[in-house]
Design a protein around this ligand. Structure first.
Ligand code: DAH
Length: 324
């Protein structure tokens, strides 16, 4: 009797620790198999005194069916358990914010300006950064002896090429390819061998604009620039058009923004396209008029966002970039 109880205890204990099908099968063989513990008990019956056989046989059968039941229950429990529950997922925890990228503040500024001009019917175009002297200077009526052509002011490469020092090159390329009327803006990089400091970089961005039609006036230019600056800096922005000289426009202006109480900051150059420029691209200056302008993107972005040093734009420091 005590053996039977011992086997039952042992079996129950062992069964409770089982977690997989292999364990179950080993258990079945060990206890219920032909040469298992139950079998051993059965084999003992013939050697018992006849008076004990009946009771012992009944007890062993009870034990056997008890183990079979427990085994079947365990099998079921294991098959119902999730196979690989993995780490427990607590849906009530705060979410982990994804690290989303964002547009660089210069790109954002360019995109915004492009959107403003797009609403006024200006198409945005691009030109190459490696240019010819013709597109960067000659066609823009910049004479051979002009200081900006000097190697101290322009990066020359080989074969008479250079890194464009202004996006005005794109005016020439577009006019060579198309006939008026034209309304375009051209954002892009320009290069100048300037010593890098808080307000200078050897590479920066400009946005060029050009409108050509049979009748385009200086007041169109003023209206469009004033509108653009109001969109960018708010409708109370104070703008000043100050006479200036550029070889490729006549008359020419520089445009200043009033900053704070009494600081005027120059943000772009503009003017009416010079007849010599029209001639260089095969337009008849007697038949077309146009205005052009070029603005510095870094300058505008620094003013809008209050960025004190141009170098922040290029250092790729995420602590800076994250703020925009
Ligand atoms: N290209 C000039 C510069 O880099 C800016 C400029 C002035 C562009 C007058 C123009 C313009 O189209 O009409 O300083």
């Amino acid at each position: 009797m005590s053996t039977i109880q011992q086997i039952l205890d042992e079996a129950s204990k062992e069964l409770s620790g089982l977690t997989n099908a292999e364990g179950i099968e080993a258990f079945r063989i060990r206890f219920l198999g032909k040469k298992g513990k139950i079998g051993e008990l059965m084999a003992r019956i013939p050697s018992l005194a006849p008076a004990e056989r009946r009771q012992f046989g009944a007890d062993v059968n009870k034990l056997k069916s008890e183990l079979e039941i427990q085994l079947a229950e365990k099998k079921l429990a294991i098959s119902e358990a999730p196979r690989n529950p993995g780490p427990v997922l607590d849906m009530t925890l705060p979410a982990i914010a994804p690290h989303a990228g964002r547009l660089h503040p210069l790109r954002q500024t360019i995109d915004e300006i492009m959107a403003i001009f797009s609403r006024m019917g200006f198409e945005s175009v691009e030109g190459p950064e490696i240019e010819t002297e013709f597109h960067n200077f000659t066609a823009l009526n910049i004479p051979l002896q002009h200081a900006s052509r000097d190697a101290f002011d322009t990066f020359y490469t080989t074969q008479g090429r250079l890194l464009r020092s202004q996006t005005s090159t794109v005016q020439i390329r577009i006019m060579q390819k198309r006939k008026p009327p034209l309304r375009m803006i051209a954002p892009g990089r320009v290069y100048r061998p300037d010593t890098v400091d808080a307000s200078h970089s050897f590479m920066f961005h400009q946005i060029e604009g050009l409108m050509v039609d049979d009748k385009v006036s200086f007041s169109d230019l003023k209206g469009i620039l004033h509108h653009t600056l109001r969109e960018l800096f708010g409708k109370d922005v104070k703008v000043r058009f100050r006479p200036h000289f550029f070889p490729f426009t006549e008359p020419s202006v520089e445009v200043d923004l009033l900053w704070g109480k009494n600081r005027w900051l120059e943000i772009l150059g503009a003017g009416m396209v010079h007849p010599k420029v029209f001639e260089a691209v095969g337009y008849d200056p007697a038949e077309v008029q146009g205005f052009a302008f070029g603005m510095g993107v870094e300058r505008l972005a620094m003013l809008r966002y209050g960025i004190p040093d141009i170098r922040y734009f290029y250092e790729n420091d995420r602590r800076f970039l994250r703020q925009f």
